[in-house]
Design a protein around this ligand. Sequence first.
Ligand code: SAM
Length: 280
Amino acid sequence: MRLDVVTIFPEYLEPLNVSLVGKARARGQLDVRVHDLRAWTHDRHNTVDDTPYGGGPGMVMKPEPWGEALDEIIESGVGEPGDGGDGAVKLPALVVPTPSGRPFTQALAVELAERPWLVFAPARYEGIDRRVIDEYAERLDVYEISIGDYVLAGGEAAVLVITEAVARLLPGVLGNAESHRDDSFAPGAMADLLEGPVYTKPPQWRDRGIPEVLLSGHHGKIARWRRDEAFRRTSHNRPDLIERCDPAVLDKYDRELLAELGWEELPGGRFGRPGPAVEE
Ligand code: SAM
């Protein structure tokens, strides 16, 4: 997979040389190219921002450097492996981190991991002149993505978050390909639940033991215990996930546990918790 990042702080992306992403780069599984947006400015001060039309506080990133940068990066895909060998332009998807984007989720990480080429456009100041996003949306798939309901000073940290979540899903990047199967939010048999607690050796630490079932060697009982713990944790920390849970993936024991945790089966099989009585 190829990743390009255009930023005014290339050094902010140094962590892409470390750990899982760094190793994937070293093995050639990830081709990461970080670009300094100021390389596409032409004035003495390498200006990338200007005052907002309509007034107001803050500055807005100018469209010209972004346009030149993105054109050059897109053009560099011609003739690269994966362009079909016919000279047709291989096009990236453009990822624009912004607090006003769609929420970043595991499902979106899975979708991005299937793309051969992502170009990230992390902004600073009040964001990028809207015409840049509108212009490239005519040629590319554009993902405007928020990593959470808070405002950072710039999009570089969001690029690191998205890259790490995507990279660990690529074939061969994680040592154990099964590792992400049971992760929190993993779609499938675990019903999009949070992962329950995990333990390792020693069996006794500061008078604290580990749940006996984990020593039983009984795979069925261990799987049941893990699933129960996942339901307990999800019910406590993320009741919204229980409400959204597909009833088709719930077995008899899941339903009993949910009832024990105070959930009620609603018409249609979904679960809800009785709220406080509303006074008329
Ligand atoms: N005025 C903008 C707003 O309220 O939507 C916030 C701009 S923020 C100070 C500067 C940049 O940081 C954004 O353009 C975006 O690239 C990045 N950023 C900030 N918070 C983010 C978040 N929650 N998710 C993704 N990117 C974020």
